[in-house]
Design a protein around this ligand. Structure first.
Ligand code: DC
Length: 335
């Protein structure tokens, strides 16, 4: 069971306004979530105590939302709280993520979801950015776009075709054959290469170097950056990568550069690969991380750099919870 939330406000406490505000809210909740009647299990409204003229549940029923139980209750008065506000919790059997809807004056309650929110999270390999990005996406109920996965798919293609990923000419020739897509199932990103779901295959260690190498070519970057911008334009999302704050979305309001000591990062990768049963040597992994940092930072085309307006976070001695809390408090201060 999933809960879709919503809220709206009225200016005048009268039947007409309450009815139209409730209808407008429910209409958008249904449209934005492509909801079907049979998926809905119930509607719960709450209203601030300054609303007396009409019952929101009755207003909903009269607007045709009479196919599931409706309930409404008055909220306690909270000093400084939003006035003349009607909130909704809709229970439905749908997958995540869902779109919560905040309309009229209630937008102020959730600017994080009523405005398109792009969070740029850049940093070197193993800095913890993908773990952080996944938590932020889940907590804010927005999409997570793992841009590294897209370059990994490009690297995998070159490996499969036996094309040298360092050879610019060969890669330019391969480009028209490169069919990379991202899809979302149950809120999780799946990376598709030539119609095949390669989400697991791209995580193998051999693909890491190929991804780093192939991502140095401007022609590859152009193609991937265009896709990333297209996705970010239409919806709130958190993107992690190397050039999100500097090149992909330089206008993003929330930018973070996450980093950590190379040994700490190598240890994280070591633990991750070991837990998946991949046998790796720690020292070799550390050297590879350093090489990848160098390759990613020194390439001519959009190298790994910290955007001037990004907040830098060193995760070496911090828990993920601490880092997430720090990022959220920065976001909150800008909302
Ligand atoms: O984050 P990752 O390790 O999955 O990324 C794989 C490689 O892709 C990385 O070495 C650099 C490259 N990359 C990039 O150049 N630009 C991005 N936005 C994301 C990743």
């Amino acid at each position: 069971m999933t809960i879709i939330r919503g809220a709206t406000t009225i200016e005048m406490d009268c039947k007409e306004e309450i009815s139209s505000a409730v209808k407008e809210l429910l209409d958008e909740v249904f449209e934005a979530n492509s909801l079907k009647k049979e998926e809905v299990r119930g509607f719960v409204f709450s209203l601030t105590s300054d609303i007396h003229s009409y019952h929101p549940a009755k207003a909903a029923r009269e607007s045709g939302y009479d196919f599931a139980p409706l309930f409404a209750a008055v909220e306690p008065d909270i000093e400084g709280g939003l006035r003349k506000c009607i909130r909704l919790m809709l229970f439905a059997e749908v997958g995540n993520p869902v779109n919560h809807i905040y309309q009229r004056g209630a937008k102020i309650l959730r600017k994080d979801i009523s405005e398109i929110m792009n969070i740029a999270l850049d940093g070197p390999a193993g800095s913890g950015k993908s773990t952080i990005a996944k938590i932020l996406a889940k907590d804010y109920n927005i999409l997570y776009l793992d841009t590294g996965a897209m370059y990994r798919a490009c690297g995998l293609k070159a490996l499969r075709l036996g094309v040298d990923y360092k050879n610019g000419e060969a890669i330019a020739k391969m480009l028209p054959l490169l069919d990379v897509k991202v899809e979302y199932k149950g809120g999780k990103q799946h990376t598709i290469l030539d119609g095949e779901d390669v989400s697991s295959a791209i995580r193998e260690n051999a693909v890491s170097m190929a991804a780093s190498g192939i991502s140095a070519h401007a022609c590859v970057r152009e193609k991937m950056v265009e896709m990333q911008r297209e996705i970010a334009k239409g919806m709130s999302c958190v993107l992690d990568g190397r050039d999100i704050g500097s090149v992909v979305l330089p206008q993003a309001k929330y930018k973070f550069f996450v980093t950590a000591d190379s040994k700490v990062r190598a240890k994280r990768r070591f633990d991750e690969l070991s837990s998946r049963g991949e046998m790796v040597d720690f020292e070799q992994l550390h050297e590879e991380i350093i090489m990848r940092d160098k390759q990613d930072s020194e390439r001519a085309s959009s190298p790994l750099i910290c955007a001037e307006d990004a907040v830098v976070i060193d995760t070496s001695n911090k828990t993920i919870e601490e880092v997430v809390a720090e990022i959220k408090s920065c976001i909150q201060s800008k909302i």
